[in-house]
Design a protein around this ligand. Structure first.
Ligand code: KG4
Ligand code: ZN
Length: 343
């Protein structure tokens, strides 16, 4: 007799995290993430090293995900994988692995857009969280992405704005690097910012049309500011660390909140669903909570492990596509640039 339960194995390998998850319907049974530590010493992700590490990690990570879920691969209903966007060498590892395994097990293959997955992560079953209802605004903020999306249905999304250069997480990390902090510096800026004055050092906000973002100018103005001040006082950074962090974070949050406000004004939608690693930032969480009280917004942030790159979010899209019979065939290829709604 056919097993009525749908078990989906999901694989994510778009950047520097090798991840595999097993879902039963919308419920996550396991979500294993191998974070590649090797990039720390370079202060950013090195693509060639990332793909090599994925190659080493993928088999043990998938084994671990199946073992944790207590599922045999013969019980799987389908395999979902990240097709793009991301680093080509990294995507190729997950894509090739997923295709081979689906072929070997003779089960359907489901391709997933990583950016859609960040947004649909809100629909992972979680007793402590409620999911947004349609329509809502999704904002994905991480080391690789900064995007505001209008979501009218699971597979009906429109990008309203995105970054024209650096992602917001990069802005945090690059600013931290300028202050001599280790990679990734975002969490450290957050930590020090709590102790500093957000208005100590005003940095200019970029003028970018409509709902798009730009963060590279901010990085440059921080660089010039720090060069100027350390010429006068070589100990400037260490003596003012908390104030610099608070000011940098304040500027970044102002940029994000202004664009969100614009998106709300433009669409009339007040449900905001946040994802990506920067969603961990305590400042953005406080600002969103404030907007709930003062502006009547309803905001949603999934469990942190579903905010950062993970395979569970690929699995939820896999399940939703499975239900609609949206499968792909073996001719599928990874796509480094892959816009939302392109398939
Ligand atoms: O989603 P993620 O793990 O990976 C991708 O980039 O896809 O996001 C990592 C990014 C890094 O830039 C990191 O500095 C940032 O998220 N981040 C934070 C915080 N925690 C992580 N940025 C600011 N405040 C935080 N608490
Ligand atoms: Zn991501």
């Amino acid at each position: 007799m056919e097993n009525p339960k749908k078990y989906i194995l999901a694989i994510e390998s778009s950047c520097d995290d090798t991840s595999a998850a097993v879902l039963c319907g919308t419920k996550v049974l396991s979500n294993v993430v191998a974070t590649q530590e090797i990039h720390k010493q370079y202060g950013g992700v090195v693509p060639e090293l990332a793909s090599r590490a994925h190659q080493q990690n993928i088999v043990p990570v998938v084994h671990q995900a199946l073992a944790k879920a207590n599922i045999d691969k013969k019980q799987l209903s389908a395999i979902a994988f990240t097709r793009g966007p991301g680093l080509m060498g990294s995507l190729l590892v997950g894509t090739s692995f997923a295709k081979s395994l689906a072929l070997g097990l003779d089960i359907p293959l489901i391709e997933v857009n990583h950016m859609e997955a960040h947004i649909l992560a809100h629909f992972i079953e979680d007793e402590n969280q409620t999911a947004p209802t349609f329509p809502f605004l999704g904002m994905t903020i991480s080391g690789g992405h900064t995007q505001i999306v209008k979501v009218t249905d699971y597979f009906s999304m429109e990008v309203l704005g995105e970054t024209l250069d650096d992602a917001v997480g990069e802005a945090f990390d690059k600013s931290a690097k300028l202050m001599g902090l280790p990679y990734p510096g975002g969490p450290l800026i957050d930590k020090y910012a709590k102790l500093g004055n957000p208005e100590a050092f005003p940095f200019p906000k970029p003028k970018v049309d409509w709902l798009n973002f730009s963060f590279s100018g901010l990085k440059t103005s921080i660089l010039y500011f720090l060069q100027r001040e350390t010429r006068k006082n070589p100990e400037f950074v260490s003596e003012h660390m908390t104030d610099i962090c608070a000011s940098v974070q304040h500027t970044i949050l102002e940029i994000l909140m202004e664009k969100l406000q614009l998106a709300v004004n433009q669409t009339g939608i007040k449900q905001i669903a946040i994802g990506g690693g920067v969603a961990a930032n305590s400042g953005i969480r406080a600002r969103l909570k404030d907007a709930e009280e003062k502006l009547g917004w309803q905001t949603f942030i999934p469990k942190f492990e579903y905010c950062t790159d993970n395979a569970a979010m690929i699995g939820i899209v896999g399940y939703l596509k499975f239900e609609k019979g949206k499968f792909t065939d073996q001719s599928i290829a990874a796509k480094a640039r892959y816009a939302i709604g392109a398939n």
